[in-house]
Write a new protein. Structure first.
Lengths: 112, 428
């Protein structure tokens, strides 16, 4: 089992969500995040005083998938989140020891 | 004098409008601070309403408009508790020269004292003990605001009955000296005595909610129609002139401020527009009854430009006037007061009135600066010694809302993120 995590532009969330649904993914966790990469934030001006805002708003999308689906899901998220501009975010995969469905107590692939 | 119901209705409405300005100011200031101190910022305005609302009927009215003591202040015991201010000798409601009951005038004037001291709070955002602020409010209106109101509007030294009237009658229609120069100087003094916020100049302290600032600016503008329109003291053409001048100057100030931003910083900002609104309102306050609507364009536009530059001074000079009370109220208040000397349609320099009006306007501005500076400084250092001004460093860094008021405005500090898009389904 894999955990696919994408940190993407907030305004791409809808497209990522729809693309994952279209790819047959039945669940995801979405949370607000802030951060920066090479983009290094942006500049804002308040009453003439310039502020560098390095932590910019992002959305984190997390999806639990079976091993064989992981690379497809990564591709789907990347494709849906891509604008081609700096600040598009990152997607990564991690290997999981176990997953439990709380309602039934099922373990492993059965819980996905 | 016969009761004029039209004038009385307008003055009651004006008083209500001016009172609304202080909650408007709470929003204007509240949005400009960080999310961890918005409640304290707003509480300083609400605290001013609470303290001055009580103080005004006890001795505030009497010290402003009671029996004169040396041209400086009214006798607090003359009409203490409004004794003699409500009814005439026959037991009827006393009516003023405009056909308005005196008690209506008390309410109207009380709201000016409230907003003036509340304006100062922007200079000491995020860091002042609430108790010290509440005591400051009571002492400052007593020793600084009421005497200024008396000197300018209550027949004192700076009024048409004072010594400078031999040069020209000083003009302060609705409070360029009494309200804005007074509050602006007090703000500068408090910022210096209280000291800078932790991290001022190095940490980003950006406004946490600009829509609140915009809403506050809108309420201030709306309330200002009572502030300036009501300062005609009746419902007539004079009030209408003040209304139009107020709007025109404010609009021009927004343009002036935004133009500076666009040329200097690259973007016309919403905070700049809201700040321009206030700068314009401040500048036209003393002049609203004596300049023309076209003259008001100049009053406002210049105010917008001057204040847009003046808000940067605190970084150069190193004082933490957190929300730019000095840059907006002192600078535009000074300009508005002096602008009368150029632009007053009857006595201004540009209208062939010579230099007398200009000289008198400069004199009352300087007297206001010196008076407010000295009195505020004495009050501020006395309170520093007796009560202390600053909350602990831990409280300031962690957030004054939680430390002082045991509340927090939001569940989490807003990050301004754009989450939770809604897909609309439109059904025919």
């Amino acid at each position: 089992m894999k955990l696919v995590t994408g940190v993407v532009q907030p305004h791409r969330l809808d497209d990522v969500k729809s693309a994952l649904e279209a790819a047959g993914i039945r669940g995801m966790t979405v949370s607000e995040a802030s951060g920066y990469g090479r983009q290094k934030g942006h500049t804002e001006v308040y009453r003439g005083a310039e502020y560098t805002v390095d932590l910019v708003p992002k959305v984190r999308v997390e999806v639990l998938v079976a091993d064989e689906d992981a690379s497809t899901v990564v591709d789907v998220v990347v494709k849906a989140a891509q604008t081609g501009r700096i600040g598009d975010g990152k997607v990564w995969t991690t290997t999981l020891d176990d997953v439990v469905r709380v309602r039934t107590g099922e373990h492993g692939d059965a819980a996905l | 004098m016969e009761l004029d119901t039209g004038a009385t209705a307008w003055m009651l409405m004006s008083a209500s409008l001016v009172l609304l300005m202080t909650p408007g100011l709470a929003l204007f200031y509240g949005g400009m601070v960080r999310g961890k101190s918005v409640l304290n910022m707003m509480m300083m305005s609400f605290g001013a309403i609470a303290v001055v609302g009580v103080v005004y009927v006890l001795w505030g009215w009497s010290m402003s408009y009671g029996a004169d003591l040396g041209g400086i202040v009214g006798n607090p015991f003359d009409q203490f508790g409004l004794s003699g201010a409500i009814y005439d000798a026959a037991g009827e409601f006393a009516i003023d020269d405009f056909g308005v009951p005196g008690i209506v005038g008390v309410g109207f004037q009380a709201t000016f004292a409230i907003i003036t001291v509340a304006l100062i709070s922007g200079a000491i955002a995020d860091r002042a003990k609430f108790g010290t602020w509440m005591v400051f409010v009571a002492v400052w209106v007593t020793l600084c605001y009421f005497p200024m109101a008396h000197m300018v509007w209550g027949g004192g030294l700076l009024s048409g009955d004072g010594p400078f009237a031999s040069i020209a009658t000083p003009i302060d229609f609705a409070g360029g000296t009494v309200v804005h120069i007074n509050a602006g100087v007090a703000a500068l003094v408090l910022a210096l005595v209280v000291g800078k916020r932790k991290g001022f100049g190095s940490e980003p302290m950006r406004p946490h909610n600009l829509p609140l600032v915009m809403l506050g600016a809108a309420l201030l503008w709306f309330g200002w129609f009572g502030f300036n329109g009501g300062s005609a003291f009746t419902a007539d053409g004079f009030a209408g002139l003040a209304w139009v001048n107020t709007t025109v100057a404010t609009a021009a100030a927004v343009l002036g401020w935004l133009l500076v931003e666009k040329l200097r910083d690259g973007s016309a900002t919403s905070l700049g527009a809201a700040s321009g609104v206030v700068a314009g309102l401040v500048a036209i306050t003393p002049a609203a009854g004596s300049v023309s609507p076209v003259g008001s364009i100049a009053v406002g536009a210049i105010a917008g430009v001057l204040s847009a530059f003046a808000v940067g001074l605190k970084y150069k000079l190193g004082y933490d006037d957190s929300l730019d009370v000095v840059g907006v109220h002192l600078v535009s208040g000074l300009w508005g007061t002096v602008s009368i000397g150029f632009l007053a349609t009857e006595t201004g320099l540009f209208y062939g009135g010579g230099l007398n009006q200009l000289a008198v306007q400069a004199i009352i501005a300087v007297v206001a600066i010196v008076f407010s500076g000295i009195i505020t400084y004495l009050i501020a250092i006395a309170l520093k010694a007796v009560m202390g001004w600053r909350v602990s460093e831990e409280a300031e860094v962690g957030g004054i809302d939680l430390a002082v008021h045991s509340e927090s405005a939001y569940e989490t500090v807003p990050q301004g993120s754009a989450s939770g898009q809604i897909k609309r389904e439109i059904r025919a």
